[in-house]
Design a protein around this ligand. Structure first.
Ligand SMILES: *Cc1c(COP(=O)(O)O)cnc(C)c1O
Length: 376
């Protein structure tokens, strides 16, 4: 019997969650309403009481965060060449210039020293992505930003449940954005959230999320900014509430599966393994992804052939990520190969192995057995 197909990511939605969503669907209030407020409160409680708002995606949250910071034409925003497309796109969409830095080859995270080297008088913000859920060095990045009055918008799409020095990502810092896409550690189907620096900025984000509408005392409405339409539905928020209640358990499960990968592969396989959590802080990694680098120079196949061969064995593989500066969008802005060697090497060699809370250790073993066959 061939085993069931093992996707590289999948959401966990049990019958109790389906029942909760069905109850909201039957309630008569399905768009933004009381469940969104409840979900925002629960997220805020999870992050030490910080002002929190929900959005239709992390991409929407990021766009609004940039607008809240007043970032636009003539401004520069520093980010890593090794990040998801959202980040470069939203910097560009708000009219600012994306200034890329290379990442660390092992952690794949942005480093403060590289950021320091590209700061100009036009730099307004830094957007660090916590790669795969592994916290960036937030002490160094926040110190650097603090000295120069720069905003820090953390792309924590994959890092809900991760800690930095005992504090959850989002429980400190400036602005932090999260994603609840089905591939993340918890889901609202599509959805996202942002934790803001203060209540005034959160209220500003609320307007930018919903047409820029302001309610007047006479019951009519006014618009004082060209807001978008990024409000989460109560149906999604209800799913988010029941998912959030399981998040810590699922993160613990993921950490156990990552440990199993290390036990099977460390010192035994030629693939380059991801960075572990920072020493003494196992909770510093939410383990959304287990991304390795293939030793392509000693393999008799391309990455595409490797992915196809894994697929033929019933195993799904992801690619995270392509190098942002080498997309057509940023090549047209003058970016070229050779600028960011680590990001480009990762982009060429990376594959993400299956890792999600619905897996068991026997699934990890199955992936490792297939790796042993395919990687000499
Ligand atoms: C998924 C992801 C995003 C975008 O999240 P959406 O909710 O799909 O908009 C941004 N950054 C990173 C690192 C991601 O993995």
């Amino acid at each position: 019997m061939t085993p069931a197909y093992l996707p590289f990511a999948r959401p966990l939605v049990d019958e109790a969650m389906i029942a909760a969503v069905a109850e909201t669907l039957r309630s008569g209030w399905i768009a933004s309403g009381p469940r969104v407020l409840e979900f925002e409160q629960a997220l805020s409680d999870y992050h030490g009481g910080r002002p929190t708002r929900a959005f239709t995606s992390a991409t929407a949250a990021l766009e609004v965060a940039l607008q809240v910071c007043g970032i636009g034409r003539g401004d520069e925003v520093v980010t890593s060449a090794m990040t998801f497309f959202s980040v470069g796109n939203m910097i560009r969409k708000c009219g600012a210039t994306a200034v890329f830095v290379d990442c660390d080859l092992e952690s794949r995270n942005m480093q403060a020293g590289a950021v320091l080297a590209v700061l100009t008088t036009r730099t307004r913000a830094i957007i660090p992505t916590h790669f795969g859920g592994l916290a960036c060095d937030m002490d160094a990045l926040l110190a650097l930003a603090g000295e120069r009055a720069l905003r820090v918008i953390e792309d924590a799409a994959l890092a809900i449940g991760s800690c930095w020095k005992g504090l959850r990502i989002g429980a400190f810092g400036d602005i932090t954005t999260f994603s609840f896409h089905p591939n993340k550690n918890m889901t609202t189907i599509e959805g996202g959230a942002a934790v803001f620096a203060n209540e005034a900025e959160a209220r500003r984000a609320e307007a930018l999320r919903f047409h820029g509408i302001r309610r007047l005392p006479d019951g009519t409405r006014d618009v004082d900014c060209a807001g978008g339409k990024f409000n989460l539905s109560d149906v999604s928020a209800r799913l988010g509430l029941v998912q959030l209640a399981q998040l810590d358990l699922w993160c613990t499960k993921r950490r156990g599966l990552a440990d199993r990968y290390f036990a099977r592969l460390e010192g035994k396989s030629a693939v380059a393994l991801p960075a572990r959590a920072h020493p003494g802080e196992p909770e510093g990694h939410s383990w959304n992804m287990f991304s390795v680098r293939l030793p392509l120079e000693r393999m008799a196949m391309t990455r595409k052939a490797f992915i196809d061969a894994m697929h033929a064995r019933g195993i799904g593989i992801g690619i995270s990520y392509e190098a942002m500066h080498l997309t057509t969008l940023f090549r047209e802005a003058g970016h070229r190969e050779g600028e960011f060697p680590n990001a480009e090497r990762i982009a060429r060699e990376t594959v993400s192995l299956p890792l999600h809370a619905a897996m068991g250790e026997e699934d990890v073993d199955r992936v490792c057995d297939a790796l042993e066959e395919l990687v000499p």
